[in-house]
Design a binder for this molecule. Sequence first.
Ligand code: CU
Length: 536
Amino acid sequence: MTDVPDKPSAPSATGAPGASSSPSAPGAPSATGAPGASSSPSAPGAPSATGAPGTPSAPGAPTATGAPGSSRAAGALPARALDRRGAILGVATAGAAAVVGTAIHAWNGASHGGATGSGRTTEATVTVKGMRFVPDTIDVASGDRLVITLENTGDQVHDLVLAGGATTGRVAAGASARLDAGVITGPVEGWCSIAGHRAQGMVLRITADGRATGAAQPSQAATGHGGHGGHGAAADGPSATPNREAPLPEGFTPFDAALAPAPAGTVHQHTLTVTEVPSAYVGAGVTQTRWTFNGTAPGPVLRGKVGDTFEITLVNNGSMSHSIDFHAGIVSPDAVMRSINPGESLVYSFTAEHAGIWLYHCSTAPMSVHLASGMHGAVIIDPDGLAGVDREYVLIQSEIYLGPEGGVTDADKVAAKAPDLMCFNGAAFQYALQPLKARPGERVRFWVMDAGPSLPTSFHVVGLQFDTVFFEGAYQLGGPDGVGRSWRGGSQALGLQPAQGGFVEAVVPAVGSYAVVTHAFADMEKGAMAILKASE
Ligand SMILES: [Cu+2]
């Protein structure tokens, strides 16, 4: 028997938003073309006008020119797009295809003050190893024009953005793209603008005549950390400010914490489609761009029994590489947990050998950022003999590290383990404002998962004691064997480290509002709290 797939979606083809260079087949030759050949000069100071999101450059069309605010110096060369459309990344199972286009984005940010340049062009090739550019420093003779070919030899999508705005656009694993850095007269910094990658070390330094430091030119000095000008980078600006008193926004529906029983059948087929969702509500009046499985953070809660098989199709409809790791299965990770490019898919099958509530998450580096951005969920495998209860809820605690309003996760805060908000099921305070329900006398089971990425939880319900505790695969109290009955034991909190889970049960004695919290109170005050509202 087989479950009905919950999302039998035929994913649409997606280009990488903002990417002028889309995925190409691994091993595809890098673009060539005569750097400096200009087909369509642009006017000095023309505003940047890169292709619309997801729209590859038309063949031969001029591509973006000067970054906003940087003026084109005499002698700087105009942009030229080099299109190598035709190499198709075909993914039959996903029905998606991405067109390859490689463009040179010219930028003359290093050509200030009327520098005319030497008339020479230096070509450099940069590859990727893990979270590093190799080489990570390029030295050119001052006055030379620099053209960089980024060969993405890494295992996930990257880009290269230079201070001032020149960019390769997103480059799929195995693909390459070129970037015109303009005439170099002083140090210029570059980086990968995908969230978290710069912080992980993806920085490229361009020096002129070996000068790595010194008089940075105004546009460089003014460029802050955070991917200024980079396609797909977080919007510049200060972090969003949470308002812990904010009501739920109009039209917002909390993640459904009520848990349905495991579906019948022993084979569970699901499609998990990765999408990057702008303007997702994360609580406290703030929205962020969230990276999701099936559009929600957390992703769908899957459920089955010991011995069941799960056949998961992962589809990447995002703009960068993603992947999935199911703790519920025992597998060799190499193939099934690999990162896949936008437009690709993979099938990940496992048999649930052990009971528990198991984390799943994106395992593309930096995992902390992918997980904190919403790419996590739970698989519940019922233990044999699991008793019926009146109500079951699932609460997955996670941390939120705010970027600008509407922006992406702040990778520096993630690294510092300093979240702005804490939440159950993806949005801070949501069940405080829209309480969970119970009736007096009911037995309520809470399945609890700590998705982290980095902080623990101490799950507690004000006014109640747990008479049944199942922690990481075993009953600590209660259950079919009545653990603790002989010494009349009780429990006040379920402590979980990141990626641990379990369930607790309590009987609600009377009408009332029972606060459901992490007893790490600073985290509760950031939003990891709910109300269990008991009424007749
Ligand atoms: Cu991911």
